[in-house]
Design a protein around this ligand. Sequence first.
Ligand SMILES: Cc1cc2nc3c(=O)[nH]c(=O)nc-3n(C[C@H](O)[C@H](O)[C@H](O)COP(=O)(O)OP(=O)(O)OC[C@H]3O[C@@H](n4cnc5c(N)ncnc54)[C@H](O)[C@@H]3O)c2cc1C
Length: 448
Amino acid sequence: MKSEFDICIIGAGMAGATIAAYLAPKGIRIALIDHCYKEKKRIVGELLQPGAVLSLEQMGLGALLDGFDAQTVEGYSLLQGDEKITIPYPNKYTGMGLHNGRFLQKIRASALQNESVTQIHGKALQLLENEQHEIIGVSYRESLTSEIKSIHAPLTITSDGFFSNFRDDLSNNEKTVTSYFIGLILKDCEMPFPKHGHVFLSGPTPFICYPISNNEVRLLIDFPGEQLPRKFLLQAHLDANVTPYIPKCMLDSYEQAMQEGGFKVMPNHYMAAKPIIRKGAVMLGDALNMRHPLTGGGLTAVFSDIQILSKHLLAMPDFNNTDLIHKKIEAYYRDRQHANANLNILANALYGVMSNDLLKTAVFKYLQCGGANAQESIAILAGLNRNHYSLIKQFFSLAVFGAYDLIRENITNLPKATKILFDALTIIKPLAKNELSVAGIVSGYFKK
Ligand SMILES: Cc1cc2nc3c(=O)[nH]c(=O)nc-3n(C[C@H](O)[C@H](O)[C@H](O)COP(=O)(O)OP(=O)(O)OC[C@H]3O[C@@H](n4cnc5c(N)ncnc54)[C@H](O)[C@@H]3O)c2cc1C
């Protein structure tokens, strides 16, 4: 039986709305389902690394960044004590700081203006299966009537975000909370380096900031641990570990924001992608894969996944051959693993480094040296260098640099130098095991 739709997309968030906006103008018939189409005020997805901007441009969606006061970001700065460094993104690539809610509404509007997209207001409930246990669509509760209805399509994309309802059906993913981010908006704030993402390393835990409109800066403060912090603990954390380290030029806006209160708290997850490949369905976005947001790599991964999945789907003549769709899903999962490994490893490795005093100092001094190492490191952060060999080389160069620097200072630092190497290995080993193949590193070496 021929379906009314080619694809059913569960979740019109960053991933679902963007793939709809990309595929719909190509005539693909899409059912887009979400239970909330209102503009949200979220603290997520507000810094697009150049890799994410580039992907949007390559899909012809670059104009979606226009007209809502998004801010160009030209590079990164690191601050530790009185010392500051800035590193520009390579080759004049730029990132973007923005209000995620405004951006998402633009993406949704772009998707929904296509006749081939049917907007459905409802909460997706359950994947529908045929007798062969192939997925043939989804049931949902319609928002207006509360009626239970169903959508049928040869392909269902589950992009329902980090609390995905369908993860257990389609993956063996294990989700862990690494820490929490406390988000504040600083109004009329003068940052040490305009048009830059900032990483502040002076305090016991890192915090970051970047512009999200012409007069607003997003401040994200890390709160370590797996437990949602209670209000009094949050306040104590800010008072002791953050306020004393806020640069003078930002202090007035920071104090104003603290007085106004209303900060938001979000969990930071790590979840390696371990999909179960089933006929008729595929996962996209945070439903499939998550990393620490310290590096702002989430949307680079999401948009890159959309490009990879779309390339495979668009290579089919139509959506009538379910065996062929299945092969395309397999190819997508295989290709995306390689494309996203650097983003996933860097995000959590850097969080480990920033939470370790010796490595934190080492990374600052390493990048302070500038040159090719700083350039290669920022290209990985920007999502422009996906070569696994580059990442491994930079990570171990940093650790060896840190160890050597300590010994050079004083030979009695030998135990500390050994500890740096050991800690670096402890951080990278589980991530590399989840994300990398030896073949990927070796082929990266030859591509250099
Ligand atoms: C604190 C924090 C800060 C971050 N900062 C950045 C950053 O600066 N840069 C960056 O690149 N990445 C960042 N990220 C990551 C990035 O925001 C995510 O990777 C991205 O938003 C994932 O998009 P998504 O479409 O998978 O999920 P979402 O954008 O969350 O979309 C999921 C959608 O599914 C809908 N939905 C859920 N359940 C159902 C259901 N049952 N039925 C129908 N619809 C449903 C929801 O309403 C929602 O619209 C950050 C993450 C966190 C936690």
